[in-house]
Design a protein around this ligand. Structure first.
Ligand SMILES: Cc1cc2nc3c(=O)[nH]c(=O)nc-3n(C[C@H](O)[C@H](O)[C@H](O)COP(=O)(O)O)c2cc1C
Length: 189
């Protein structure tokens, strides 16, 4: 079965969700899909949502919310998202928390977002992001160091810290591949 055209649309405030979106797209491309990437803050998809074989939406959790352009995209295209094979991933610090309570909090926010928008994607994942101290200004670095100290993350502000589990990302991409029939891809597991 042809994998067709897949839209990977994402919101990213500091780059990690964009990096994860690329990895997901690469896995789908290896399976034969034509992947279109769209940073929701910078542009719009080239086609209408119904014209894609599948739509993957990603966002990061910033101050307990997702990027407004992503929320808007989901609202404006809800009917198509519920008709087309679709998937959602939410990137956060909590998803990489050493405590089960922290990880459950991230999952609850993901589930709450989908329920609030009445979106039923075929697959979803809560994925650990990064704490990119070198990209933050002075005040945000100070704030994030405090938050990290409270939640078990690194407080070494001299460098960035990536918590993303790339095996989980590849498994998720493979699951998405399954939903659009690109089963060869899935053997990258
Ligand atoms: C200003 C700010 C607020 C954040 N708020 C949260 C939050 O409420 N919950 C959480 O789990 N992670 C939070 N994070 C961590 C981000 O979700 C994490 O850094 C993620 O990798 C960001 O992805 P992005 O680079 O694609 O924006 C926050 C990070 C920043 C910089």
């Amino acid at each position: 079965m042809s994998a067709g055209r897949v839209l990977v649309i994402y919101g990213t405030s500091y780059g990690q969700t964009a990096k994860i979106a690329r990895r997901i797209g690469e896995v789908l491309q290896r399976g034969g899909a034509a992947v279109e990437y769209c940073d929701a803050a910078r542009g719009r998809p080239s086609l209408g949502p119904e014209q894609y074989s599948a739509i993957v939406v990603g966002a990061s959790l910033i101050a307990r919310g997702v990027q407004p352009p992503i929320r808007r995209f989901v609202r404006e295209n809800l009917a198509a998202l519920n008709r087309t094979p679709s998937a959602f991933f939410l990137v956060s610090a909590s998803a990489g928390s050493p405590s089960a309570k922290g990880r459950q909090a991230a999952q609850r926010i993901l589930d709450g977002f989908l329920a609030a928008e009445s979106w039923r994607p075929a697959a979803s994942a809560s994925i650990a992001g990064a704490i990119n101290y070198t990209k933050y200004g002075f005040l945000l670095r100070w704030y994030m160091k405090r938050a990290s100290a409270m939640h078990g993350g690194s407080t070494d502000t001299s460098r960035d810290h990536e918590y993303t589990d790339w095996n989980q990302v590849e498994r998720f991409a493979a699951e998405v591949g399954d939903t659009v029939g690109i089963l060869q891809t899935v053997d990258s597991r």
